[in-house]
Design a protein around this ligand. Structure first.
Ligand code: 6GU
Length: 228
């Protein structure tokens, strides 16, 4: 079974995504196990502090290395055989793409560390992790939402995670284009009609139309995806 250990100071944030829809089903089916660990439980200090002031001064707080080190050590205890990817979620990381998610889904064990505050002690990056991942060019208040995005993206790629009804969706990005427009009944909604070509029954023409629409949409919304 695929194992994901999440190190976070806000484990409660994850209950929503783990208890609904595809992730819930994948966990129930034994495709994946997601274990939440509160970093605060590993703080040895009497106030359970997980952050401290930055050396050299400056604003904000920095996440301490010891509780993270102890949490990783605990997670690895008795699991010497599997080599996990130890991933720090931070805006400075490598971009999460579909290709990278596919690579991650080929592993057996991920440890996700949710960064917070002004940052994480640089020695976490230097000595404890194998990867640093960002989900995009914007700033979140913490790594939790990014970890949830990573979990969702990776788990849906695992064999048995999606039912037959969903599995076609994995095609969406794999041709490098955005998805073509989809319609369902009614054929006429308040005078807005579904394109006639889709009711033509001519699969060649439908396929051509979909390819053109996908290309148009990609050029308009994501020209960077079209390799020149
Ligand atoms: Cl992984 N963390 C935070 N705090 N902000 C982000 C991010 C991660 N990815 C994009 N923005």
């Amino acid at each position: 079974m695929f194992l994901i250990d999440v190190l976070t100071i806000f484990p409660g944030m994850f209950s929503g995504i783990l208890n609904e829809s595809i992730l819930k089903r994948a966990i129930k089916a034994g495709v994946v196990n997601v274990k939440l660990h509160n970093i605060r439980d590993y703080s040895k200090d009497k106030h359970h502090k997980v952050d401290d002031r930055p050396f050299g001064g400056g604003p904000g707080m920095v996440m301490k290395i010891e509780p993270i080190y102890d949490a990783i050590k605990d997670v690895l205890k008795g699991r010497k055989k599997s080599i996990p990817r130890i991933i720090l979620l931070s805006p400075q990381g490598r971009a999460l793409t579909q290709d990278f998610a596919e690579e991650l889904s080929k592993n057996r064990h991920l440890i996700l560390i949710c960064g917070h505050y002004e940052g994480v002690d640089e020695r976490v990056r230097e000595y404890l992790i194998t990867d640093e991942v960002s989900i995009g060019d914007y700033v979140l208040t913490g790594g939790e939402l990014a970890a949830m995005v990573l979990i969702d993206t990776v788990v849906r790629l695992l064999p048995g995670a999606l039912g037959d009804k969903d599995s076609a969706k994995s095609e969406s990005f794999s041709n490098g284009l955005l998805e073509y427009p989809q319609y369902t009944r009614p054929a006429d909604f308040m005078g807005k009609r579904v394109p006639d070509v889709l009711s033509s029954g001519n699969h060649k023409i439908i396929e051509k139309w979909r390819r053109e629409e996908a290309t148009k949409k990609t050029l308009l919304n994501r020209p960077d995806l079209i390799k020149t």
